[in-house]
Design a protein around this ligand. Structure first.
Ligand code: BYC
Length: 310
């Protein structure tokens, strides 16, 4: 099949690094690809509020509590920008939530692990937001305009989140032995799942082909994972944390670290609903979604009234 004229002009725009905007022609598969990725990204932001929310009442100081509250609120905001960006592609918020609840739509593997200690809040900010930034900086240049613009704002906020997490870890590493052990234990549990956030190896990534052709992705899963490792290892060393990977070593020729093999069987289990906290995360979301129905109804009724009185 030869491409039609509109398909050609779409690809020409992409090739010239022009953004595709909501009313522009786009191939159906491009639209569906973006709905999948952007909605999953939005769900990750919102589900990601849960492991951190677990520590709001137990934050060790008023300052820590204020910062954590602000960070979690930012994540909710990121979810809203992203749901709005996805809505410009012709899917409703209700459909996206339905896909999340039915298990059709995924969310990031990382949020299916428990946050057991205060150090986990440090590890989430430093490693999870740190990994998210590396991925999202690249997405600032993604081809779909509303997604790219949402990423610009999100990245600014994520860099504050990353520093907040690193500050917690650095402070604990200056503390008593029990605090240092707690920080190292959090590092041990979050390091590998954080590496999995970048997705399967490039050779096992079914969506990468189209994602590159359409410039949804600018850097591959493995390139971004490598960038994250190279950036994070010196930060860990600086505060005395060990990376839980016996195969990690500097490779002079590639000017980057070689690392051990990721446990892809665990990744597959977690993203197919069988991680340590999947059921808990989803039950929590469903419960509060149902309990919040009256708020959505009231908002819709109010908005209708305003429209009618115009
Ligand atoms: N987790 O062909 P591939 C945050 C799935 S939240 C789960 O490489 P693609 C934060 C993938 O969906 C930031 N599933 O896919 C919030 C696909 O399955 P489906 C979250 C994953 O799309 C609160 C299959 O594996 N960031 O920062 O080309 C507090 C094959 O993968 C994962 C984003 O969402 C995973 N990690 O590349 C703190 C970034 N990886 O859909 C912090 C936006 C892969 O066919 N997303 N899968 O059923 C992306 O950049 C890309 O979608 C990915 C995957 C790089 C993640």
């Amino acid at each position: 099949m030869f491409p039609t004229a509109t398909e050609t002009s779409f690809q020409e725009k992409v090739d010239q690094d022009l953004n595709i905007e909501p009313k522009d022609h786009m191939p159906e598969n491009y639209r569906l690809h973006l709905i999948r990725q952007i909605s999953q990204h939005a769900h990750s932001e919102v589900i990601g509020m849960q492991p951190e929310g677990n520590w709001i009442t137990r934050a060790p100081s008023l300052r820590a509590k204020q910062i954590l509250l602000a960070k979690i609120q930012d994540e909710g905001g990121h979810g809203l920008y992203l749901y709005s960006a996805a809505e410009t592609l012709g899917i409703s918020r209700e459909e996206m939530i339905e896909q999340l609840h039915s298990g059709k739509a995924k969310y990031s593997n990382i949020f299916n692990y428990p946050s057991l200690t205060w150090a986990d809040i440090g590890a989430i900010g430093w490693l999870v937001d740190g990994a998210a930034i590396v991925n999202q900086v690249s997405l600032q240049r993604t081809s779909y305009g509303p997604y790219a613009r949402a990423m610009v704002r999100i990245c600014k906020e994520e860099s504050f989140h990353q520093r907040q997490g690193y500050e917690i870890m650095a402070k604990m590493m200056k503390g008593i032995p029990a605090q240092r052990e707690m920080a190292q234990d959090a590092m041990n549990r979050w390091w590998w799942p954080a590496l999995m956030m970048f997705g399967p190896h490039d050779s096992d990534s079914p969506h990468s082909g189209n994602a590159f052709k359409w410039k949804i992705k600018r850097k591959s899963n493995d390139e971004l994972r490598q960038r994250f490792i190279d950036k994070t290892v010196p930060q860990a060393e600086l505060i005395g944390l060990a990376i839980p990977d016996k195969d990690l070593k500097w490779n002079e020729a590639k000017q980057g670290y070689d690392h051990g093999e990721i446990n892809w069987a665990e990744f597959k289990q977690v993203i197919s609903g069988n991680g340590p906290c999947n059921k808990q995360r989803m039950a929590h979301h469903v419960k509060y979604h149902e309990e919040g129905a009256w708020v959505r109804e009231a908002g819709a009724a109010y908005s209708k009234q305003i429209q009618e009185n115009k």
